[in-house]
Design a protein around this ligand. Structure first.
Ligand code: ADP
Length: 167
């Protein structure tokens, strides 16, 4: 039987528990999931972690899940997906506000590569307000991000903001 490989692309700066939720839900549907950090940000965001750091954090969080691979890519998502023989693209939908951009991008990707299918996943309700940019902002301003990211991500965020654990 053919195994289904999917790509879950994003900026993941940093990976939040909302992203983790989408990854775990996707694994119920696909056999392998490539979490792919986009090197070229399509939406301008002030970054916190380097691309390599983001990939490392994703690897660390899913160290116990052999079906998840973390990597980065540059250029067109469909070219990357095609090269990896991944015919499914996973995206998370938090709210109606995500919809317009996501829908437009899904149709564009499919016109670039007609064989690809884009699958939208809804996170658990408690994660719908989470975004990496908001988590970065809270962290930058000294707020506690424990509820929004994995412990390893929190440690690295504390370090990035010049704080040590428990401070
Ligand atoms: P962000 O918007 O948080 O910076 P990314 O660009 O890293 O996110 O997003 C990658 C994908 O994950 C997108 O499809 C985005 O909609 C989705 N996503 C981000 N946060 C969540 C969340 N809390 N719940 C569900 N999906 C999410």
């Amino acid at each position: 039987m053919n195994k289904t490989t999917a790509v879950y692309p994003g900026s993941f700066d940093p990976l939040t528990i909302g992203h983790e939720d989408i990854v775990r839900r996707s694994l119920r549907i696909v056999d392998r999931l490539i979490v792919a950090v986009a090197e070229t940000a399509t939406q301008s965001k002030s970054g916190l972690f380097s691309i390599d750091e983001r990939v490392d954090l994703i690897r660390e969080v899913f160290a116990d899940e052999p079906r998840v691979e973390a990597t980065s890519f540059s250029g067109l998502l469909v070219d990357f997906a095609q090269g990896r023989e991944a015919r499914v693209i996973i995206r998370g939908l938090r709210a109606v506000s995500d919809f317009e951009y996501e829908f437009q991008m899904a149709l564009m990707n499919r016109s670039l590569w007609p064989e690809v299918e884009v699958l939208f996943m809804a996170p658990a309700t408690r994660h719908t307000f989470l975004s990496s940019s908001l988590v970065r902002e809270v962290g930058r301003l000294g707020g506690d991000v424990t509820d929004f990211v994995s412990p390893g991500v929190k440690t690295r965020m504390d370090r990035a903001f010049g704080r040590t654990a428990g401070e």
